[in-house]
Ligand binder design. Structure first.
Ligand SMILES: CC(C)(COP(=O)(O)OP(=O)(O)OC[C@H]1O[C@@H](n2cnc3c(N)ncnc32)[C@H](O)[C@@H]1OP(=O)(O)O)[C@@H](O)C(=O)NCCC(=O)NCCS
Length: 151
């Protein structure tokens, strides 16, 4: 049993969440992986995207973004992060499931640093399999693994 339970919920995000999303990204990702300003704005405003936040006491503690390639029938998870103090409570798992449901396409894909074992464990536990490796995709030269789940 969780010795320190918290109440959290998942809600749609909007442009009003920019400041909190910016802070969350900084807490979750290394400097070289941070999205530029306009990518964050786009994730929170562009039509047709999935943007979901996990909230505790009106504070964002997790975020997932998704976009659709309807021509190919593929949804992409574009970002997923949970604040360090709120990890291992199932928040990322819940965000991922809600995002997959909202994308509502036959295949869901994402890319992840090849060394990011926590994230890869999460995805493989949900049935994602490696379908590609993008050599030196990330700043610093690390490969990306492309994972896919067929629904
Ligand atoms: C990866 C990340 C989103 C996971 O968030 P989380 O809320 O802690 O994940 P969950 O609690 O939903 O974990 C679900 C399952 O994923 C796996 N998992 C998650 N974190 C793990 C870790 N550190 N080590 C091993 N497995 C892990 C486990 O199987 C876990 O189930 P369990 O806790 O019952 O064992 C979080 O660690 C994070 O924000 N990391 C930094 C940003 C990042 O790397 N994002 C992914 C980019 S592709």
């Amino acid at each position: 049993m969780d010795p320190n339970p918290i109440n959290w919920s998942i809600q749609n995000a909007s442009w009003r969440d920019f400041t909190q999303l910016n802070q969350l990204e900084k807490a979750c990702f290394r400097q070289e992986d941070l999205w530029p300003f306009w990518d964050l704005i786009g994730a929170l405003t562009l039509p047709g995207l999935v943007r979901l936040k996990a909230v505790v006491d009106e504070n964002m503690v997790g975020f997932i973004g998704g976009e659709r390639d309807t021509i190919r029938g593929v949804g992409w998870v574009t970002t997923l992060g949970v604040l360090p103090d709120y990890r291992r409570r199932g928040i990322a798992l819940a965000l991922l499931k809600r995002c997959e449901h909202s994308l509502d396409l036959p295949a869901i894909r994402l890319s992840v640093r090849a060394s990011n074992h926590p994230a890869i464990s999460l995805y493989e536990g949900q049935g994602y399999v490696v379908i590609n490796r993008w050599k030196k995709y990330y700043v610093g030269g690390e490969d990306a693994l492309v994972l896919e789940k067929r629904r």
